[in-house]
Design a protein around this ligand. Structure first.
Ligand code: ARG
Length: 467
């Protein structure tokens, strides 16, 4: 039986009937539907709508449905179910008889889908946080293993200054931890319970909304029934937060693709995560990285799709809202599949430390440190910059580095140059000079590794507190 056929004289057009269903994709919400329905049933009993025995049989029926859904896919074969709400009702009635129809007393699918989706997003955030923590740990482990190894840092993709490999890896950890923070914000705001909001104006029975919220581990019931049934902010925040995470992953992937090219040869692609070419026998391609970069496009697209679906909707529920589901699911699925693979890649990638180290020592990346040497000897910064620029020019003409200039040549540019200049522009000296919080001096990076580990631990604790 349909959930609404009473007032209709004609059957639905069969193509339309199939087309308007959401069961094909909202079936994955079944476990949340069962949990929310159980909470509602308990409130119905407290409101005197269900007898104690009726409650027991409904709860047992729902539990059974939840269990069967874990089994074979054949369970979901149903040509009539309009959506997961209808499906559960049909199953329940098939299992326990007409008393199953009592479950829908005083509620609407509008509040049900709003509740199920909140539960889905909450669980997806918890899973993502767990994966982000693992991924960040992998980055920090590599940062620690890299020790004092150096590499060039780039601005404008031109060699800029040397940094520790660990410092560079920790930059990504910061980005991903911010992503985790954005998801945590979203979780905090979403954790309120729409049950009892009815179709738009609130339940027509005196349901204990606090009890229902509590049973589903929400912090409180939602404040306004009109808002609660039409709000999809939590879904939008989730896909937007996911988009920033995907953008970060995409930037990382792009950098790894560049660094793995023969032109850089900073990283060796792990064979387990690469593929070859059907035509060119020598090839090893960065497929994992390219798919990470490519799939970030769909995650960003999902955020756009969801916002546009909601834009212009009058209050409260409109069937357009059904269209918010697939984008939401796709963002969650895409990232949940991607993150463990990225973690695996990071664990197995090989850094060509010698090439990186070599690159860190050439290309005048010590020029700023050289200018600083003059500044420390009283030369005004602008003039010091200009003098070192001239020294670089000399080197370019002679195809050498700053360290190869003689003291005499240097002193022809500025009398402030002394014997100790060469020492001050060696790679270790240049690295150590960046001795500020957040800088690349080795001691600072070691501190940063410890700080990152603490932040990851906090993230883990947060996730476990929710489990
Ligand atoms: N399948 C619907 C959705 O996803 C459930 C809510 C249906 N409500 C309604 N008034 N038709 O939005």
């Amino acid at each position: 039986m349909k959930m609404w056929s009473g007032r209709f004289r004609q059957p639905l057009n069969s193509e339309f009937e199939r087309w308007q269903r959401s069961f094909g994709f909202d079936r994955r919400l079944l476990k949340y539907e069962v949990a929310a329905s159980s909470a509602h049933a308990t409130a119905l009993k407290n409101a005197g709508v269900l007898s104690a025995n009726e409650l027991i049989s409904i709860l047992q029926g729902l539990e059974q449905i939840g269990k069967q859904a874990l089994g074979s896919l054949a369970f979901f074969e149903d040509d009539e179910a309009e959506d997961v709400h209808h499906f559960v009702e049909k199953q329940l009635v098939a299992m326990i008889g007409e008393v199953g129809y009592k479950l829908h007393s005083g509620r609407s699918r509008n509040e049900q889908i709003a509740t199920d989706l909140r539960l889905f997003v909450r669980a997806a955030i918890d899973q993502l946080q767990e994966e982000i923590a693992k991924m960040c740990s992998a980055f920090v482990d590599r940062a620690e293993q890299a020790g004092d190894a150096a590499m060039p840092a780039y601005t404008h993709l031109q060699r800029a200054e040397p940094v520790l490999v660990g410092h560079w890896l920790l930059a990504y950890v910061e980005m991903f931890l911010r992503d985790a923070g954005r998801l945590a914000d979203c979780r905090r705001r979403l954790n309120v319970c729409p049950l009892g909001s009815g179709a738009v104006a609130g339940a027509t029975l005196p349901l204990d909304r606090g009890l229902m919220a509590n049973k589903l581990a929400f912090d409180a019931p939602t404040e306004n029934s009109i808002d609660a049934t039409s709000d999809r902010d939590f879904a939008i925040e989730f896909v937007q937060g996911s988009s920033v995470l995907a953008l970060h992953l995409s930037r990382w992937a792009e950098e790894m693709i560049v660094f793995s090219s023969q032109e850089y040869s900073f990283v060796e692609l792990p064979e387990a995560y690469s593929t070859g070419s059907s035509a060119m026998p020598q090839k090893k391609n960065p497929d994992l990285l390219e798919l990470v970069r490519g799939k970030s496009g769909r995650v960003v697209g999902n955020a756009t799709a969801l916002m546009i679906a909601v834009k212009g909707l009058p209050l409260a529920y409109n069937k357009d809202l059904q269209e918010t589901q697939e984008s939401l699911f796709d963002s969650a699925d895409t990232l949940l599949q991607m993150l463990p693979l990225v973690t695996g890649w990071v664990k197995s990638v090989e850094f060509h430390s010698e090439i990186m180290q070599q690159a860190a020592q050439s290309g005048f990346m010590n020029a700023w440190a050289a200018a600083t040497y003059l500044v420390e000897r009283g030369v005004p910064s602008r003039l010091a910059h200009e003098r070192i620029g001239k020294a670089v020019q000399m080197c370019l003409e002679r195809n050498c580095e700053l360290k190869d200039l003689s003291l005499q040549e240097l002193q022809s540019l500025s009398p402030a140059f002394g014997e100790d200049f060469k020492q001050s522009i060696t790679l270790p000296a240049v690295l150590a000079a960046h001795d500020v919080a957040g800088g690349t001096a080795p001691a600072r990076v070691r501190q940063a590794i410890g700080a990152a580990r603490k932040k990851i631990e906090c993230l883990r604790e947060e996730v476990h507190a929710h489990a």
